[in-house]
Design a protein around this ligand. Structure first.
Ligand SMILES: [Zn+2]
Length: 194
């Protein structure tokens, strides 16, 4: 999957979880940082890919990307497994605790959850691609859905661009229309929370 699709999937997953478990009251600052953390989470597992959007935006990103890719065993290895994700989320927890003195009233617990939802959505989306995901590393088996490889999609090809991405957009549209009043109420509360 491309970074764009991963980020849309991450936000979609965040929206679904949030609408089921609304945070009340939600501060504007927490909401914004949660959204950013969620978007970063959505592309984090691809840091093992030298051309990942994560690295492409850094001037020396390519070198770092290649080194990191080698360290983590190449694309779709450790960062695409339950073990790797556990380590990533632990590191994210430490980073947030470390940064908490300068985070003001931002609730880092929610930020961590938003990040975790982004990371989890990445693995789920990659399971729909031909390459599959090595969830149980060190067991090298790659999981995919549907289990028959030929029925899965190829990253960046027309199914992703013309079906998956618009499908996610349509799902978001449906989600917003179904929860329209609830979303308005949330936005109103955010607006009056500071
Ligand atoms: Zn990936």
């Amino acid at each position: 999957m491309t970074g764009k699709t991963h980020d849309l999937a991450a936000v979609t997953a965040l929206g679904v979880v949030f609408l089921r478990n609304p945070i009340n009251p939600l501060r504007l600052s927490t909401a914004i940082v949660c959204l950013i953390a969620n978007l970063i989470g959505g592309i984090t597992p691809d840091i093992d890919q030298p051309t990942a959007p994560f690295w492409r935006n850094l001037p020396i990103g390519n070198i770092f990307g290649k080194t990191f890719g080698r360290l983590t065993g190449g694309h779709r290895f450790l960062t695409h497994s339950i073990l790797g994700v556990g380590l990533i989320l632990l590191a994210a927890h430490w980073l947030l605790v470390f940064l908490s003195p300068i985070m003001g009233q931002i609730d880092i617990g929610y930020v961590w959850w938003a990040y975790a939802i982004g990371v989890a959505s990445h693995l789920i989306m990659d399971m729909f691609t031909k390459e599959g995901v090595p969830l149980l590393i060190p067991i090298p088996y790659k999981f995919g859905f549907p289990p028959i490889k030929a029925l899965r999609i190829t990253t960046g090809k027309w199914v992703e661009t013309l079906v998956v991405f618009p499908g996610l957009l349509a799902f978001n549209g449906l989600l917003v229309s179904r929860h329209y009043q609830q979303i308005l109420e949330i936005l109103r509360r955010i607006g009056s929370s500071h």
